[in-house]
Design a binder for this molecule. Structure first.
Ligand SMILES: Nc1ncnc2c1ncn2[C@@H]1O[C@H](COP(=O)(O)OP(=O)(O)OP(=O)(O)O)[C@@H](O)[C@H]1O
Ligand SMILES: [Mg+2]
Length: 248
């Protein structure tokens, strides 16, 4: 593990609905190092998705700072935010967000195409990513011809195709079967270990959180506690037992 990659400091975010205002993030601070995989757990409605949306610049906090690979996200400059997201961040969503009219290979290549990345031309990078997630044989399928697990594997290939510094994943295993869930965890962990990316993953599953180096618990708008996973074994048992002991 090397230098800190993601720095979040004193993030405040709330929503206003008519006269009612909801405080979601109340001065939340967090960091993720290069090559580190961090899981975020927390009750439904605690602000996990809100946090990820602020980190990738889709949503803007009221105050606080977010720095990714040395670049501070400037929430007033939408264009700079979009470029930062395109270059440095990969995103995996709970409900895949694939484009229904594009094939698997076209969906995976889309970030390269949009960014006019020359790796798009010969298709090699897309082939590599499809091989990584075990979806080479489905390259010409449309999303509706895939299972939920396969859609999520394709969306992970798309999130990683440009080699992001930071991968943000919002419940990536929420809608897949246990076997695919484990494959996804293996891919995310290898992304951190082999490519040195930072991985920040939201999950409700103690079993999947146990794959992370660190588990952060979001409660009352801040990271209320953390568990470190020191064991690097393939079977992520010790932290899993501790999470279960905490009733999570
Ligand atoms: N656009 C919005 N307008 C108003 N309130 C919102 C908006 N988005 C989220 N909220 C509220 O903010 C709170 C946090 O929502 P968020 O989606 O971040 O929770 P979460 O931790 O991701 O929950 P889950 O585990 O169910 O996905 C919730 O109370 C939600 O109702
Ligand atoms: Mg959510």
């Amino acid at each position: 593990m090397h230098a800190a990659l993601l720095h979040v400091d004193a993030l405040v975010k709330g929503y206003r609905l008519g006269r009612q205002s909801i405080e979601v993030l109340r001065g939340l601070s967090l960091h993720v190092a290069q090559g580190e995989m961090v899981a975020i757990m927390g009750p439904s409605g605690s602000g996990k998705t809100t946090l990820l949306n602020c980190l990738c610049g889709i949503d803007a906090p009221q105050s606080g700072t977010v720095t990714v690979a040395g670049d501070r996200i400037d929430y007033r400059d939408e264009r700079a935010r979009t470029l930062l997201r395109r270059k440095r961040i990969g995103q995996v969503f709970q409900f895949f967000n694939l484009i229904p009219t594009l094939t698997v290979a076209e969906n995976v290549g889309l970030p390269l195409l949009i960014d006019r990345d020359r790796r798009h031309r010969d298709g090699k990078r897309v082939r590599e990513m499809l091989a990584l997630v075990g979806m080479s044989e489905r390259r010409d399928h449309l999303p509706f011809q895939l299972s939920g697990g396969e859609m999520q594997l394709v969306s992970i290939a798309r999130a990683l195709v440009h080699g992001p510094d930071l991968l943000l994943a919002d419940e990536p295993t929420g809608n897949v079967n246990p076997q695919v869930g484990r494959s996804i965890m293996r891919i995310l962990r290898d992304t951190a270990r082999r490519q040195g990316s930072g991985v920040l993953m939201v999950t409700h599953s103690p079993e999947h959180a146990a794959w992370a180096d660190r588990v952060c618990f979001l409660k009352d708008g801040i990271i209320a506690s953390e568990l470190l996973h020191k064991g690097q074994a393939d079977a992520p048992a010790p932290i899993h037992a501790r999470l279960l002991a905490l009733g999570i």
